[in-house]
Design a protein around this ligand. Structure first.
Ligand SMILES: NC(=O)c1ccc[n+]([C@@H]2O[C@H](COP(=O)([O-])OP(=O)(O)OC[C@H]3O[C@@H](n4cnc5c(N)ncnc54)[C@H](OP(=O)(O)O)[C@@H]3O)[C@@H](O)[C@H]2O)c1
Length: 257
């Protein structure tokens, strides 16, 4: 039974805890920090976890500590706790390097993980650095583990986690367009979701074929798909997505200099 102490019970860790509990596949006992009392109390009442009365109590009860605060709150958190010697630490704080984590919390086994809200239903991407770390083992029930060999690659995985967020807005935009044209909101949602799922499923099925090749096999000259693609390119659709990726990656890399 691994005792996991969660420092920072927020939107993401709430879903991770629910997913870990839901999976039933890991023997994990969970201890929660008291700040954001309502969330911790709801988790403690819904699941087998314990809301503690201080951050240090969480540390004392835990074998492994999961840091779930926002980067801006890390210094304050580090001042509130003294981790046990060699107590491993897993952080989901975006853009905070393992070197910075060691500087703040002391020399120890530090790993980083990047997940999404789909942790709650055990369908998240679970990006982990370093590859051989406790995080991969402990968080595997939350979805598909992707091991990153370098911290730079991990930051790129963080960009892909942002893509996950952007997809919601893209899907919403497409759904909105359909409803504006007269399709019911439910039908528009079903049609757009189904299109996305179908694309992912077929691409997985054709794993050996490059995705752009699959796309080109659909958007052959003269098709409606090709006409739409041309409009996307003309309006800077692809450039805009690349710019979003560049913006986030630059921020992540700069934060570590
Ligand atoms: N949300 C996502 O989709 C997502 C995805 C990947 C990674 N992340 C990363 O996950 C981290 C948390 O994000 P989030 O969206 O879950 O943020 P959040 O909802 O604000 O959760 C952070 C929680 O930590 C609490 N907290 C702050 N300082 C604390 C302290 N000293 N001791 C104990 N608890 C403290 C906050 O309380 P207060 O509200 O009172 O400050 C809040 O309840 C971030 O570092 C982010 O980079 C988030």
């Amino acid at each position: 039974m691994i005792k996991l102490g969660v420092l920072g019970v927020g939107d993401l860790t709430d879903k991770m805890i629910r997913g870990l509990s839901r999976s039933g596949s890991v023997a994990t006992q969970i201890f929660l920090s008291p700040r954001n009392h309502d969330k911790a109390a709801a988790l403690a009442s819904d699941l087998q976890c314990t809301a503690m009365s201080s951050n240090q109590d969480v540390v004392e009860a835990a074998d492994v500590v999961l840091i779930g605060v926002r980067p801006a709150h890390l210094v304050e958190l580090a001042q509130q706790v003294t981790l046990k010697p060699s107590q491993p630490l897993i952080s989901v704080a975006g853009g905070v390097s393992t070197a910075d984590l060691r500087r703040l919390f002391g020399e120890r086994d530090c790993s980083r993980a990047m997940l999404s809200y789909a942790s709650e239903i055990n369908r998240s991407t679970v990006a982990v650095y370093p590859a051989a770390s406790l995080a991969a083992q402990l968080l595997a029930p939350l979805g598909t583990v992707v091991l990153l060999a370098t911290e730079r690659e991990f930051e790129l995985a963080t960009v892909s986690a942002c893509m996950n967020g952007w997809f919601y807005f893209l899907v919403h935009e497409l759904q909105q367009w359909m409803t504006e044209k007269g399709v019911s909101s439910e039908q528009a949602r079903a049609l757009v979701f189904s299109s996305v799922e179908d694309c992912v499923a077929y691409s997985r099925h054709k794993a050996a074929t490059p995705i752009d090749e699959l796309g080109r096999s659909i958007a052959t000259p003269g098709t409606y798909t090709a006409a739409g693609l041309e409009a996307l390119a003309q309006q800077g659709g692809y450039t805009a997505w690349r710019a979003a990726c560049d913006t986030v990656f630059k921020m992540l890399v700069q934060e570590q200099q």
